[in-house]
Design a protein around this ligand. Structure first.
Ligand code: IPD
Ligand code: CA
Length: 322
């Protein structure tokens, strides 16, 4: 297997994230050129635009030129039938636009998500949200950082010394409505949402009364916000490796715990901590991430992360995505 220079790859990934960001903002100017400006994929809640495809092409060609022996998995190539299997080879996993609905509407939570996997483990992650100017980046073992127009200097993630998180009553949670709106899935989702947010004193059985809920429409930016500490927890069933690969590296490097399905989480909480991101978790389409938690003295509180994961999964009705 070819060896890789992770510092060089990170620098290159940041460079192409900026190029992709430019393509996305330019694409936004012309997105209404053709009638609706988007096409439907699986259904009316799953969109693609010319800018998704052009941006993926730009990123793919840049990677091919610089690293011709690396593998590539991208959302739009996958949709077009190029469904490469994840192997041990150095592999780039890209979503050219995460938050396509936001892009179509002009809601600014839109990003390019660039992940790099080496020996089956995500090791580089770069997320750039061009309308916000937020860049998040991480290398395995090297920590995670963020830059923004307000703070152009690199700031380590999480942005503040991790505070305690005694229960869901203090938690700002992200979950998404996704594109599977079938009766069965909606029933599981709404039951889960009710338990996480509902007031047990008013009779919501198992209600955790979470502080608040956000659905910003981008899995990658949800991961990034948990990494920075602006969100406490993010959970979703149904996204793909390209939505989460970069975010997983950034989150892990920021001290978050990343787990997969309920079964995986159950296993993880009784194994060595923090759990590694295996290929099964990366491609498993069920994701839960909890921010770094400190105790009262500010020391890392792994038990608190485990408790939050266990309580969260008690509230979840899980299903298998189609
Ligand atoms: C979607 C977004 C959305 C999430 C979906 C993803 P896309 O990605 O991340 O927040 O709910 O699961 O597919 O379609 O905008 O690339
Ligand atoms: Ca996408």
């Amino acid at each position: 297997m070819s060896t890789v220079n992770l510092d060089e790859i990170l620098e290159f990934a940041v460079e192409i994230a900026h190029q992709a960001g430019k393509a996305i903002t330019e694409g936004s100017e012309t997105r209404f050129k053709n009638a609706a400006g988007f096409d439907e994929k699986k259904n009316t809640a799953d969109l693609v635009t010319e800018t998704d495809q052009n941006t993926e092409k730009l990123v793919y060609e840049a990677i091919q030129k610089r690293y011709p022996d690396h593998q590539f998995i991208g959302e739009e190539s996958w949709a077009a039938g190029k469904q490469a299997k994840l192997t041990d080879a150095p592999t780039w996993i890209i979503d050219p636009i995460d938050g396509t609905t936001n892009f179509v509407k002009g809601f600014p939570f839109v990003c390019i998500s660039i992940g790099f996997v080496y020996k089956s483990e995500p090791v580089i992650g770069v997320i750039f949200a061009p309308f916000l100017g937020y860049l998040y980046a991480a290398k395995k073992g090297g920590g995670a950082y963020m830059t923004s127009p307000l703070h152009p200097e690199r700031r380590s993630l999480p942005l503040v010394q991790p505070p305690p998180l005694p229960s869901f009553k203090q938690a700002l949670i992200a979950f998404e409505w996704g594109s599977d709106r079938s009766k069965e899935v909606m029933a599981q989702k709404t039951r889960t949402f009710e338990r996480l947010t509902g007031d047990p004193a008013s009779g919501v059985e198992g209600g955790e009364m979470a502080l608040g809920v956000r659905s910003i429409g981008s899995a990658a930016l949800n991961f990034a916000h948990v990494a920075s500490g602006s969100l406490d927890v993010y959970w979703e069933i149904g996204c793909w490796a390209w939505d989460v690969c970069a975010g997983m590296v950034i989150a892990k490097e920021a001290g978050c715990a990343v787990v997969g399905s309920k079964a995986h989480a159950q296993n993880a909480v009784s194994s060595s901590w923090p759990p590694v991101v295996s290929p099964e978790v990366l491609t498993g389409r069920k994701y839960l991430v909890v921010r770094a938690i400190g105790d009262k003295e500010g020391k890392v509180d792994a038990d608190a992360q485990k408790r939050i994961i266990q309580t969260f999964y008690q509230a979840v009705d899980e299903w298998d995505p189609k």
